[in-house]
Design a protein around this ligand. Sequence first.
Ligand code: EPZ
Length: 432
Amino acid sequence: MDKFLIKGGAPLRGKIEISGAKNSALPCLAATLLSAETVILHNVPYVKDLITQRRLLEDLGATALTPELRTHKITAKNIETFEAPYELVKTMRASVLALGPLLARFGQAKVSLPGGCAIGTRPIDLHLKAFEQLGATVSLEAGDVVARAPKGRLVGANVSFEKVTVTGTENVMMAASLASGKTTIHNAACEPEIEDLADLLNKMGARIKGAGTSVIEIEGVEALGGAEHTIIPDRIETGTFIVAAAITEGELEIKNCAPAHLTAVIEKLREAGVEIEELNPTTLLVKCCPNGLTAKDVTTEPHPLFPTDMQAQYMALMTQAAGVSTITETIFENRFMHASELIRLGAKIDISGNTARVSGKTQLMGAPVQASDLRASASLVLAGLAASGETLIDRVYHIDRGYENIVKKLGNVGAKIERLTESLALAAEDVK
Ligand code: EPZ
């Protein structure tokens, strides 16, 4: 398994470009299953999860071409099977996003029930309940979710989610696009990725209103056509690099981003003392922090409030802030795995239930640490950049799922970070 070796202490300075949003590209790729015509997606990030999602489409029978590295041309004309197998779903739970499109277009779908992951059990019961409200029969057969539309076509309905679910909202929006009649989703997720998916679906001929708010209305249509669409910038990658500038007391110009998609993050970081200036609608200038950082409490909530996907990165930053900050995680039940690794680097963090109390400022000292999930990995990279000495991060395959070229992007702005492949990593350990 690859590792990252980071020599901390260098302030980051320069320009960094944001890639397309992983969590928009994943549902958008799944949406191509809704049409027999070609859909072209631009600005798809070159990350592991998208390679996996693309392979799923090809396994189902779609043709996937990549005229350029970040452009995918998908034609789901000859879909031969309606099954997403376990060995694929277990590596990436976003494969469940194939359920809605397959069920809507072909009246059937079989997707392995995704297991939990490091951050929580992550059930999909709300997705399945919504499909039943749209007229589907759903059963569990040997670990697979088997969904069928008995009349061959789903029927529009009023769907009200008891909990906000991002991919649940996306699955239902896609399924309802081809249902007969109108569907209204209440308590829908409001993330920018939902709006981006709705933009693509409407370009394909869907009739969706209200995406980005908690009530989304979908008028089902008979069929969807082809389209061309550019994926929005990744707001979590943006937030991660803002923290990178702050935690290394550097200065970064962050390009190709969408500040409007992470206002809660920007507000909170400004409160803590990070200087963030919007140079233009797609560029941020981040400086830190002549008067140092101040500890500020945060609670994760559904969009537009502070995103759970920035919680681990924020915790790393708070180790460098003066005072005690309380970080409350309300979305996932086990999303503090990075805390114990940060403590190995010298952080002072007390966990009690879904609350972490971080006492700063502490001088972090490099050490070997282990990544447990995508955003925890980012948190360890950020801490390693701030720590004195060397930090060796194991299991960096987690970070490769959602951050495009992070070693190159950080290296280009002065970070001393290198990827050690398996053999090299063993050698480094021998040296330690
Ligand atoms: C999406 O996951 C994102 N992934 C996650 O990003 C993100 O953390 C999460 O939304 C919350 O914002 C993608 O978009 C591919 P949820 P999702 O359904 O849709 C519970 C990253 O780091 N729930 O909004 O799976 C669930 O257990 C990843 O990029 C049910 O109980 O999250 C959780 O506690 C990590 N039943 C809460 O709701 C359901 O049927 C929110 O989950 C569905 C969800």
